[in-house]
Design a binder for this molecule. Structure first.
Ligand code: ADP
Ligand code: MG
Length: 237
């Protein structure tokens, strides 16, 4: 990102204010900052999903140009707050992560409760690892917030995306499932950017980018408590 600014017209304030950020392929970055700092906006800008001024390139391609679909296809996005379809099963929700590459016969398989070609083993493995095997047949509306969050996580992981964007991936999870979710992000064979306001989650990442009021106020190794206190207390860093 070069000098990237995002302004939501109806708000009159900048959600991102001249952000410069370079992330190498395969890097793992935690995006830290208080609520409203611009973390979700930054992730969404990588997918060309917010009105932005400035330059963004993902793998050399412009998410605001012709490559939007291609970039989104290769990205797993775990959105903040789950966005499962409540009326359908956990299984169907989770399998829909692979939807971009589906053919008709994959749809037929999934609608009858099976993973599309080539994904069955990975799906079973992810479901077991994240403890959602029992949640798959229930409707998403019948699952707890934490269960829905884990279904959304395996949906993002299933296609093995090259870019994994996770927005508050541990919200609503207990310490054990939270640790498992964080471990999955670290083990993913992908460039990972995870937005969080949990300092302990951020500290597991080799690089932490902290945002405050739409600006980058720290970029480097995990920050110590004094700096993080300043970020949250809205003092000048
Ligand atoms: P964070 O994820 O760090 O909590 P966000 O990126 O969601 O912060 O929001 C940054 C700022 O942009 C906030 O002031 C928020 O209210 C505003 N904002 C985010 N999305 C929208 C939107 N779709 N329309 C208007 N304002 C928005
Ligand atoms: Mg957010």
């Amino acid at each position: 990102m070069r000098d990237l600014t995002v302004e939501f017209a109806d708000r009159g304030l900048l959600a991102l204010d001249g952000v410069d950020l370079e992330v190498d392929a395969g890097e793992r970055v935690a995006l830290l900052g208080p609520s409203g700092a611009g973390k979700s906006t930054l992730l969404r800008a990588l997918l060309g999903a917010v009105p932005a001024v400035g330059t963004v390139r993902v793998g050399g391609r412009d998410p605001y140009g012709r490559s939007t679909r291609e970039i989104r296809r290769n990205a797993g996005f775990l959105r903040q707050g789950d966005d499962l379809i409540l009326g359908v099963s956990g299984r169907l929700n989770a399998l829909m992560g692979t939807v971009a590459g589906w053919r008709l016969r994959d749809w037929c398989k999934v609608l009858s409760g099976r993973a599309p070609s080539g994904y069955a083993d990975r799906f079973a493995e992810l479901a077991a690892r994240h403890g959602v095997v029992d949640c798959l047949s229930a409707r998403a509306s019948q699952l707890s917030g934490g269960q829905r969050q884990r279904v959304a996580l395996i949906r993002a992981l299933l296609p093995a995306p090259g870019l994994l964007l996770a927005d508050e991936p541990t919200t609503g999870l207990d310490p054990v499932t939270s640790a498992e979710a964080v471990r999955a992000l670290h083990e993913a064979d992908a460039t990972v950017i995870a937005a969080t306001h949990d300092l302990t989650v951020a500290a597991t990442f080799p690089r932490v980018v902290a945002l405050r009021e739409g600006r980058v106020v720290h970029d480097g190794p995990p920050i110590d408590e004094t700096i993080s206190a300043k970020i949250y207390q809205q003092e000048k860093v």
